[in-house]
Every structure is written in structure tokens, then in C-alpha cells.
Ligand binder design. Structure first.
Ligand SMILES: [Mn+2]
Length: 325
């Protein structure tokens, strides 16, 4: 693995133009690691651009991603990058389809460097640094920051890295919280990161509308006969009523019920396009369950998109989930 890190550092040193992107429906790990790596490459005097989707950026506004080369308009990005040969660095995306750019544009890249921590990553890059034992991609990018900057990591890079790690460890509550993660966070705090502030922003505040939607979703809570699978859903209608589509954290409500092993959230993105979010507690490998529906992820957190109605999707996913508990 060390060899691949060296290979990537060599590519970074020998090239000038980079585009860094995360996955669709970006979370704190995606946004945090994209932000940190882009700023790191710029600090190394590279022309590094990032694409961040406006739709998912709002909760992370404290990272103050307002610099010139952070694009939220993909058309503008395409127009400005067209003439250049650029290397695409994808972060936290298990497959080509998960990358938050359109396929034609992805293909126009000179090469793809794929940095990820999903066990089922399809290794679509020219170089693939896939480390499933890392809690977050932010943890992997931290190593690059140390390689380039030693113990001189500025807060503008340290804070998004901490955001990535805190997001993907559920504020240090998930099974992936290793001693290494705690050491990295301790180092990041020494670089000036305020962990309390990040926790509060990500997990400790909710908009009024999001809380209304949470109430509507909770009213749909259901569970299997043996009590090991619990699920809830959010329909289009509920999103209209609450005036928000913010569903972050809802799936944990199902997973955190006593004796539940698998928690599921069904989100009706379109009439026949249901996003299925899967979480487990101790043993159920929900990435395998997700794979049955052409999805993927981690053993304790995975997802898929099913092109059936909400009711049909609930029936088939819950039925399939029974094999895993
Ligand atoms: Mn991640």
C-alpha cells in the first residue's frame, strides 16, 4: 500500500492540473476530504480545482469553501477546464457511477486516481488507493498532508480532515473508531481544530423543517416480527409537507432501537426511484444486502437505489434483509 501512496505522490509532483471530486449525495467525508486535498495541492503550487455539489454543501458551510477553484456549477467547471489536460482524483466513491460528475466529462480526464475506503471499490482508476481499514477517506488524506507538510498542517486543511473523520465515525461512536483515528484527531486538535464546534455543527443542530420531517418519518416506523429489522420511510408528499428533503440521521433512528440489527430508511426520490439506506449494529453485512439491489457500501453502512414503487421496494428489501439477521 505504501507503494501506491508513493506512486500518487509521484503523479502529483510530475503534473500540474488536478480536479478533485467526491460522490453523489456527498457527506462530510466526501466534502471534507475533497476540500482538504484541494487546499493541500494548491499549497504545493498545483492548479487544483474541486467540484462540490451545491445541494449537499449547506451543513458544511463552516468549512468556508469559497475559494476561486471550488466549483459548485459543473457547466462552468467544464467550460474552464476543457482546454487543460487534467488528472481526476476521486475520493470516497466506490464506483465510477458514484462520482459526482457526468460520465463524458469523467472520460475526458487524462487519468483517474481513485482514493477510497469502500471494501467493494471497483478499482476503476489508473491508480487505486483503496484502504477499507481506514475509517474515513479523510484519514487517508491526512497521511498525504503529513507527507507533504510534516507537522505544519494549517487549520484550513486540518478542519476539513477532522470533519471527514468525525462524520464517518459518527462522532467517534462507530465500530471503525480505531486508536489511530483518535491519534489523528488529537494531532488535528493540536493544529487548532475545535472538535466541539464540528460535532455541534454536524450532529448537534437540526433545522426546524428537518425536525418536522423527522416527526413524519417516525410515524412510519415499523419492524419485523422478531424485532431485528426496523424501517421507516420518507415519501415525496412528506417532503412537501415538511418543506425539506433533509433526511440525514433518520436511518440511525431505526438502527438504534434496542435488539434491532438492521435499520433501513426508504427515501422516495422519484415515484419509482427509491433510495435505500442500510445500517447494521453488530454482524449483518449490509453491503452484501445492498449488492442484491445493485448498491454497495460498508458492512455497517450501505445503500442502493431501487426502481420500484415505495411499497414494492419496502416489501422486497425487508424480505431480503431477513437472510442477514
Ligand atoms: Mn467515507
Amino acid at each position: 500500500m505504501q507503494k501506491k501512496i508513493k506512486e500518487i505522490i509521484k503523479i502529483i509532483n510530475e503534473n500540474d492540473n488536478f480536479l478533485i471530486v467526491g460522490h453523489v449525495g456527498a457527506d462530510g467525508d466526501s466534502i471534507g476530504s475533497v476540500t482538504a486535498l484541494t487546499r493541500l495541492l494548491q499549497k504545493e503550487n498545483k492548479k487544483a480545482r474541486a467540484y462540490l455539489n451545491r445541494d449537499t454543501l449547506a451543513p458544511f458551510s463552516f468549512l468556508e469553501v469559497k475559494e476561486e477553484f471550488f466549483y459548485t456549477d459543473s457547466e462552468k467547471l467544464k467550460n474552464e477546464i476543457k482546454a487543460d489536460d487534467f488528472i481526476l482524483i476521486t475520493l470516497d466513491s466506490g464506483t465510477l457511477e458514484r462520482i459526482d460528475l457526468d460520465p463524458g466529462f469523467i472520460e475526458s480526464a487524462q487519468a483517474i486516481i481513485n482514493i477510497d475506503h469502500h471494501e467493494d471499490n471497483s478499482c476503476f482508476g489508473k491508480v487505486n488507493l483503496v484502504q477499507p481499514d481506514r475509517a474515513a477517506v479523510g484519514e487517508i488524506i491526512y497521511n498525504f498532508a503529513v507527507e507533504f507538510l510534516g507537522d505544519n498542517i494549517p487549520l484550513t486543511i486540518a478542519e476539513p480532515l477532522a470533519t471527514a473523520i468525525i462524520t464517518d465515525t459518527g462522532a467517534l461512536r462507530y465500530e471503525n473508531t480505531s486508536s489511530r483515528v483518535l491519534r489523528i484527531l488529537a494531532d488535528l486538535m493540536d493544529f487548532g481544530v475545535n472538535i466541539y464546534k464540528i460535532n455541534k455543527k454536524i450532529f448537534g443542530s437540526l433545522s426546524y423543517k428537518a425536525l418536522v420531517l423527522k416527526g413524519l418519518a417516525l410515524a412510519t416506523l415499523n419492524r419485523s416480527k422478531d424485532g431485528k429489522i426496523a424501517w421507516l420511510y420518507v415519501s415525496r408528499e412528506m417532503m412537501h409537507e415538511a418543506e425539506t428533503d433533509y433526511t440525514e440521521g433518520l436511518v440511525s433512528l431505526a438502527r438504534d432501537i434496542e435488539n434491532v440489527e438492521i435499520g433501513i430508511l426508504f427515501t422516495e426520490e422519484e415515484k419509482k426511484e427509491i433510495k435505500v439506506s442500510l445500517r447494521s449494529n453488530f454482524y449483518a453485512e449490509v453491503n452484501k444486502l445492498a449488492a442484491e439491489f445493485d448498491g454497495g457500501g460498508h458492512p455497517r453502512a450501505a445503500g442502493a437505489t431501487v426502481t420500484k414503487t415505495l411499497a414494492e421496494t419496502i416489501d422486497s428489501v425487508v424480505e431480503a434483509a431477513k437472510k442477514y439477521v
